[in-house]
Design a protein around this ligand. Structure first.
Ligand code: ADP
Length: 578
C-alpha cells in the first residue's frame, strides 16, 4: 500500500466520524477506540520518525500502582507550585516598586539581580505547574475562533522585544497568505508553543538569524493543517543528544546549561501540548550550524458567523489614547506586559491588575477612564467582576471592553447592563485595540489632556506656510507639488522609523530620524510639528527619556493629521491660482 492509499483510508475514517453516533458511545468503547487510535498513531510515528521508544510519553493511564504514585507526586508538584506562585508574584511586584524609590547605583544593581532571580524562579514554577497539569490530564484545550495572523504577529512582536538586547540577532517572519483568516482551536497554546521554541532560539543564538515560517500544509474540507517552522543559526545540538531533546529535565549540553540556565522542561511540555491537540513536532540540527523545529497542528475551519464578526471590526488607524488612564485586568503575565507596552507606546497610562482584588483597589484609588477586562480571571469571570464593580465602586460607570478568546462570550447582549460596552477577540491587533479604546474614552478628557491638539483648534491657526515655499519655487506648480509629496513621504518615513526604534529603545535611531525630518518641516514652516520633533531629538540625544519621546511622538502624529489637511487645502488653493 502506498502513501496515497493510506491517506485515502484516513480520509474515509475521518468522514465516517461525522456519521458516528456519539450519543450511544459507552465509556468502555470510548477507551477501546482511544487505545486503538493511540496504537495506530504510535506505530505510524515510530516508522516515520524512527525510534521514538526512547522518547517517553507523558503517561495519562493511571491503571497501575506505580502510575498512581506518579500521579500523587504530580498533584503535589502542582499544589506546591501554585502555592509558591502567589507570594512570588508579590515579591516581584514589590521589587518593581522598590526600583522607583530613588536607590543608589549599588542598591539598584542588587534589586536588579533579585529581579532576574525571581523571574527565573517564576518561570520554573510556571513550567512545573504546567508540566504536572499536562501529565495528570488536567490541561484543557480551548476550541474557539481566533485569527491566526494576529497570534503570529503578537508572537513576532514579543520576539522582537525579547531580541532587543541582542543587536546581532535578526528575526524574520514568513506568513502564508493562503491561511484562512479565522480558524478554530486554542490560540493561547499556539502562542505558548511558538514562544517557547523562539525563546530557546533567542537563548542559543549569539549572532545570526531566527526565522519563523507559517505555512498552510494541507487544506481539507473542514480543517486545515498549519506547519510552523522555527529555524535558527545558533549553537545547534549534537546528534547523540538530539533524540533525547524532548525528554523532561534534559539539557543537550551540561556546559551550555551552566551558561544558559533553564529547567529542561520546555520542550517536553510543548511536545505534550502539540500531541494532545493531535499535532506533531520534529527537530533537525547540526552542531555549530543551527536548529530547526517543525510543528504541524490541525485547526477547524471557522463558520460564517465568525467570519462576519471579523468584518465588523473597524480598520481606522488615526486615533489617540494619549493621556488616558486605562486599567488592564489580565492574569497572564506576558499578556499584561504586552498590553502595558502597547498602551505606553501610544501615550496612554496603563494600570495593571492581575485579579479582582487588585482591580477593585485600583478603581478605588485612581481615576480610571476605561477598563480592558479579560474574560477569564483566576478568581472570577470578567462579567462577574464587571457586576462587582457596579456595586462596589462609586462614581460614573467606567466603560469596560471585554477581551475574550471565545466568540460566543462576545455575543451576549445583557453584558451592556454591567458597563461592558464592547468586546474584542483575543489576541487583538494594536490598531484594532486603539481604535476601540479611542471610541470609548471621554472626549472631554482627551481634549483636556492635549488642549492644543484638537482638530478644531488647530484648523483655525496657520500650521504651515506653503505660500512662501511657492514663491521660493518661482511659483512653479510642478515643483511645489513635488516638494509637498516629498514632505509627506518624509513624514511617513519618520513616523514608521521612530515607531520601530521606540520598540527597540534605539535612541540614536530616533535622534537621527528626528534630525532628518527637521529640514522638511522647516521648509514649510510647520513650527508646531517642529517643536515636537526637537523635543524628541533632545530626549533621545541627551536624557534617553523614553516616556517623554513616546508622548511627543503621539502628539506629533495627532497634530500631523490637522497639518496634512491644511497642506492639502493650501496646495489646492495655490495650484488653482487663488
Ligand atoms: P530549557 O528550559 O532548559 O531551555 P527545553 O526543554 O526548552 O529546556 O530545552 C532543552 C534543551 O534543548 C536546552 O537546554 C538546549 O540544550 C536544547 N535546545 C533547545 N532548543 C535549542 C536551540 N534552538 N538551539 C540549541 N539547543 C537547543
Amino acid at each position: 500500500m502506498d502513501t496515497r492509499e493510506l491517506l485515502d483510508y484516513l480520509t474515509k475514517i475521518e468522514s465516517g466520524l461525522e456519521n458516528f453516533s456519539y450519543a450511544e458511545l459507552k465509556s468502555q468503547d470510548a477507551a477501546a477506540l482511544k487505545a486503538s487510535f493511540n496504537a495506530f498513531k504510535n506505530g505510524l510515528e515510530s516508522r516515520v520518525f524512527g525510534d521514538v521508544e526512547t522518547v517517553p510519553r507523558l503517561n495519562l493511564n493511571n491503571s497501575n500502582k506505580a502510575n498512581q504514585t506518579n500521579e500523587t507526586d504530580l498533584h503535589l508538584v502542582a499544589n506546591v507550585s501554585h502555592e509558591i506562585r502567589t507570594p512570588l508574584n508579590s515579591i516581584m511586584g514589590f521589587l518593581d516598586l522598590l526600583k522607583d524609590t530613588g536607590l543608589d547605583t549599588r542598591q539598584l544593581e542588587l534589586v536588579k539581580a533579585m529581579d532576574v532571580a525571581s523571574n527565573s524562579m517564576f518561570n520554573l514554577v510556571n513550567e512545573l505547574l504546567e508540566f504536572s497539569k499536562i501529565a495528570t490530564g488536567h490541561e484543557t484545550y480551548e476550541q474557539v475562533s481566533f485569527k491566526p495572523k494576529n497570534v503570529i504577529d503578537e508572537v513576532a512582536f514579543l520576539c522582537k522585544t525579547l531580541i532587543n538586547q541582542k543587536n546581532e540577532v535578526k528575526f524574520s517572519l514568513n506568513y502564508d497568505s493562503g491561511i484562512p483568516e479565522i480558524l478554530i482551536g486554542d490560540p493561547a497554546k499556539l502562542s505558548q508553543v511558538l514562544l517557547n521554541l523562539i525563546g530557546n532560539a533567542i537563548k542559543f543564538v549569539e549572532k545570526g538569524s531566527i526565522n519563523l515560517t507559517v505555512k498552510l500544509k494541507e487544506d481539507r474540507s473542514k480543517k486545515v493543517f498549519l506547519e510552523f517552522v522555527v529555524a535558527d543559526t545558533g549553537i545547534g545540538i549534537a546528534n547523540d543528544q538530539l533524540k533525547h531533546i524532548f525528554e523532561s529535565y534534559r539539557q543537550a549540553d551540561q556546559l551550555n546549561h551552566k551558561k544558559y540556565g533553564g529547567s529542561g522542561l520546555g520542550l517536553s511540555i510543548i511536545k505534550a501540548i502539540i500531541e494532545q491537540q493531535m499535532g506533531c513536532i520534529a527537530v533537525s540540527s547540526q552542531l555549530g550550524m543551527g536548529t530547526t523545529f517543525n510543528v504541524i497542528l490541525p485547526y477547524q475551519k471557522a463558520s460564517l458567523m465568525a467570519a462576519n464578526i471579523q468584518t465588523q471590526e473597524t480598520k481606522q488607524t488615526s486615533v489617540s489614547i494619549a493621556g488616558a488612564n486605562i486599567l488592564v485586568v489580565e492574569d497572564d503575565f506576558l499578556s499584561r506586559k504586552l498590553m502595558e507596552s502597547r498602551l505606553k507606546q501610544q501615550g496612554g497610562h496603563p494600570y495593571l491588575a492581575e485579579n479582582k482584588e487588585e482591580c477593585l483597589y485600583i478603581l478605588k484609588t485612581e481615576k480610571i477612564d476605561l477598563i480592558l477586562m479579560d474574560m477569564r480571571l483566576p478568581d472570577t469571570t470578567g462579567v462577574q467582576l464587571a457586576k462587582d464593580i457596579q456595586i462596589k465602586v462609586d462614581g460614573p460607570q467606567i466603560p469596560i471592553i471585554l477581551l475574550s478568546a471565545d466568540i460566543q462570550a462576545c455575543l451576549e447582549e445583557s453584558y451592556k447592563d454591567y458597563g461592558i460596552v464592547d468586546f474584542m477577540l483575543k489576541p487583538c491587533k494594536t490598531e484594532e485595540l486603539l481604535t476601540k479604546i479611542d471610541q470609548y474614552i471621554n472626549n472631554d478628557k482627551k481634549e483636556s489632556n492635549n488642549p492644543e491638539l484638537t482638530l478644531n483648534n488647530l484648523e483655525n491657526k496657520p500650521l504651515v506656510d506653503l505660500e512662501s515655499l511657492f514663491n521660493e519655487c518661482l511659483q512653479k506648480p510642478d515643483l511645489l507639488e513635488e516638494l509637498v509629496t516629498m514632505l509627506k513621504n518624509n513624514v511617513v518615513e519618520f513616523i514608521g522609523k521612530t515607531k520601530v526604534h521606540l520598540i527597540e529603545e534605539n535612541y540614536s535611531g530616533i535622534g537621527f530620524a528626528a534630525h532628518k525630518i527637521k529640514s522638511s518641516l522647516k521648509m514649510v514652516k510647520a513650527n508646531g510639528l517642529l517643536n515636537y520633533v526637537e523635543q524628541i531629538q533632545d530626549f533621545s540625544n541627551n536624557t534617553a527619556n523614553l516616556e517623554g519621546i513616546k508622548t511627543q511622538y503621539a502628539c506629533f502624529i495627532e497634530a500631523y493629521k490637522a497639518v496634512e489637511v491644511q497642506i492639502d487645502k493650501e496646495l489646492a488653493r495655490l495650484l488653482n491660482g487663488k
